[in-house]
Design a protein around this ligand. Structure first.
Ligand code: ACM
Length: 507
C-alpha cells in the first residue's frame, strides 16, 4: 500500500475522491500553463525547487497542466478542481487565486520532504491519484502578526507568509505600531522609527529591543505575499496604543511638555494621541504613506483600548466652551476614528477596527470583535462587516496548555480544540448576521514571543486548526487530529517546531 493512501490535507478540502495509482514528477516532467496560469506554475516551480531540484520546465505537451477555466466559476474566486491520474496532473480554477490554492494542495500531496529547504535527492516525488473539488467557506482567512512588541525582520515575515499560504490563509495582518514599537517608516516623521522603533526593555526578558522596516522591504514583502495570493493588511494603531509615536513626537499627545519613553510595559497605556489638528494631519500623512506601500483594499486603524483619562483631564483639548459656559465633554474615540477613516475612504481604502462592544465604530468600519463573539453578531446586525477575532479562540499568545513547561504567555489557556471548535458564524446566528461574517483570523501578540522559533511554537499547530475553521465547511475533530499527525511531518520538513496535539487532554 502506498504511503499516500491516507490523504491528509490541512485544511480539509470540500471533496476528495481517491483513485488508484500515482503520478510521479521527475526531471523530464514539463508544465503546461494556459493563458493567465503562469503565476501558479511559477509558484509550484519555486516552491519545489529547493527540495526536489526538479526543473518543471514550461512545455506545450507538459503533463502537469494549469488552466483558467470559467466553467469552475461556481467554486468562487478561490475554488479549484484538481485531477491527478497516472498520466497527468490537471489543476483548473476560474481565477488565478484558485490556482494558487491548488498549488498548496499539490505541495501537501507530495511526500513531506518536498517542503524541505534543501535537497532530498533520494525521494520519489509521487502524488496519489485523486479528484478534488475545493472552495473556501470564508473569503477572509488570516493571521495577525504583532511586529510592534517584538520586531521580526522582513525575511522572517516572508517565511511566515509561506506558512500562511501553505494553509490557504490569504491575509497577513501586520500590526506595525503600538505602545512598545513603531516599525513603519514615514518619511515626514523619521523619529517614529528612530525613537519609537526602540525600547529599553520588554516584559519578556528585560532586554532592550529595536527594529524597523525600510519601505523597500515592505514593498518586497507585499509583492512576495501577492505571488502567494496573500494580502498584507497594515495596521496603524490610533488613538490609543500610541506611546511609541508619542515618545518620538510628544506634541502629538496630551502632555506636550512631558518626555515619554517607548513603553517598556504591557497592557493598556493611558498616554494616547491628542485630538487636535496636528494629530489629524499626522494621521493623514501616515496613511498617505501606508497606502502608497500597501495596496490592500483595507487598512486597520486600531481603535481598541483607548483610555479617555488624558482627554478628560485636559480641558484645553476640548475645544471652546459649550452653551452655558461649561466645557464640552471630552471627545470619544469613535469621533476620532470617524475623522481619520474619512481620509482613508477618500484614498479609496476601507477601514478596519478592533471592537470591544460592537457599537463604538462608525458603520464604514469592518470590525474585528476581540472580546465576546456575540459582539460580532450585534455589529453584523447593525450593518458592519465582521472578521471574527475573539480572544478565547483566536489569540495564539495564550499558552496551549496549563503545563508549566509551556512558554510564558497571557494568563489563561487556549488549547487546540478551543481553536478548532470555534465557528466564525455559528448556526444559531441570524442569517443576516452570519452573512456579514467575512471570515476569521488568528492573533499572534508578541510581548513574550521574541524569536521566530517562539512564534512558530505558539502558532503551530493551532494555526492549522484556525485555517480549517476558516476554509472548511466540515468539522470533524478526530479526523482533523489524524490528518494533523501527517501534516506535522510537513511542518517538521519546513523546520517548524510544532506542539504535539497528543498532549492535548482527551475531549
Ligand atoms: C486587543 O487585544 N486589544 C485587540
Amino acid at each position: 500500500m502506498s504511503r499516500h493512501t491516507a490523504i491528509a490535507l490541512v485544511p480539509r478540502p470540500d471533496s476528495v475522491t481517491p483513485l488508484p495509482g500515482h503520478f510521479t514528477l521527475d526531471a523530464l516532467t514539463g508544465v503546461r500553463a494556459g493563458p493567465g496560469a503562469d503565476a501558479a506554475a511559477d509558484l509550484l516551480r519555486e516552491a519545489l525547487a529547493p527540495a526536489t531540484g526538479l526543473p518543471l520546465p514550461p512545455r506545450s505537451d507538459g503533463r502537469v497542466v494549469f488552466l483558467l477555466d470559467p466553467a469552475l466559476g461556481g467554486l468562487g474566486a478561490e475554488g479549484y478542481g484538481l485531477t491527478v491520474s497516472t498520466e497527468a496532473v490537471v489543476l483548473r480554477a476560474a481565477r488565478p487565486e484558485g490556482l494558487l490554492r491548488g498549488v498548496q494542495t499539490l505541495r501537501q500531496l507530495l511526500p513531506a520532504e518536498a517542503l524541505a529547504g534543501s535537497t532530498h535527492r533520494g525521494s520519489a516525488w509521487t502524488l496519489p491519484c485523486l479528484r478534488i473539488t475545493d472552495r473556501p467557506r470564508f473569503a477572509w482567512r488570516g493571521a495577525m502578526l504583532d511586529v510592534a512588541r517584538h520586531f521580526q525582520p522582513a525575511a522572517y515575515v516572508s517565511r511566515f507568509v509561506d506558512l500562511l499560504a501553505l494553509h490557504k490563509l490569504n491575509v497577513l495582518h501586520l500590526h506595525l505600531t503600538d505602545d512598545q514599537g513603531w516599525r513603519m517608516p514615514v518619511a515626514a516623521y523619521p523619529r517614529l522609527t528612530e525613537v519609537g522603533g526602540r525600547r529599553a526593555e520588554s516584559a519578556a526578558d528585560g532586554l532592550s529591543h529595536a527594529g524597523a522596516y525600510t519601505r523597500a522591504e515592505l514593498a518586497d514583502l507585499v509583492a512576495y505575499a501577492a505571488r502567494r495570493g496573500v494580502a498584507v493588511v497594515p495596521e496603524i494603531e490610533m488613538p490609543g496604543h500610541a506611546r511609541a509615536a508619542l515618545a518620538a513626537y510628544p506634541h502629538l499627545g496630551n502632555r506636550p511638555g512631558t518626555r515619554l519613553e517607548t513603553w517598556t510595559r504591557w497592557g493598556v497605556c493611558e498616554n494616547v494621541f491628542g485630538v487636535h489638528d496636528e494629530v489629524l494631519d499626522f494621521c493623514r500623512t501616515v496613511l498617505d504613506e501606508v497606502t502608497d506601500v500597501f495596496p490592500a483594499p483595507y487598512v486597520h486603524l486600531g481603535g481598541d483600548e483607548c483610555p479617555r483619562t488624558e482627554w478628560e483631564a485636559c480641558p484645553a483639548r476640548r475645544g471652546p466652551a459649550g452653551a452655558g459656559g461649561r466645557a464640552r465633554p471630552a471627545p470619544r474615540p469613535g469621533r476620532f476614528m470617524r475623522t481619520v477613516s474619512a481620509h482613508l475612504t477618500s484614498l479609496g481604502r476601507r477601514p478596519l477596527g478592533w471592537t470591544e462592544t460592537g457599537t463604538e465604530l462608525p458603520a464604514a468600519f469592518t470590525v474585528l470583535p476581540w472580546r465576546d463573539p456575540e459582539h460580532g453578531r450585534g455589529a453584523a446586525l447593525r450593518g458592519h462587516d465582521v472578521i471574527m477575532a475573539p480572544f478565547r479562540s483566536t489569540y495564539l499568545d495564550y499558552p496551549q496548555s496549563a503545563d508549566p513547561g509551556e512558554p510564558r504567555g497571557q494568563d489563561g489557556v487556549l488549547d487546540l480544540r478551543g481553536v478548532y471548535d470555534n465557528d466564525p458564524a455559528p448556526a444559531h446566528w441570524e442569517p443576516e448576521a452570519a452573512g456579514r461574517v467575512l471570515g476569521t483570523q488568528a492573533q499572534l501578540w508578541t510581548e513574550y514571543a521574541r524569536t521566530p522559533a517562539e512564534l512558530e511554537y505558539l502558532a503551530f499547530p493551532r494555526l492549522c486548526a484556525l485555517a480549517e475553521t476558516a476554509w472548511s465547511a466540515h468539522r470533524d475533530w478526530p479526523a482533523f487530529l489524524h490528518r494533523l499527525d501527517r501534516h506535522r511531518t510537513r511542518l517538521a520538513a519546513l523546520g517548524v517546531r510544532s506542539r504535539s496535539p497528543h498532549t492535548v487532554p482527551a475531549p
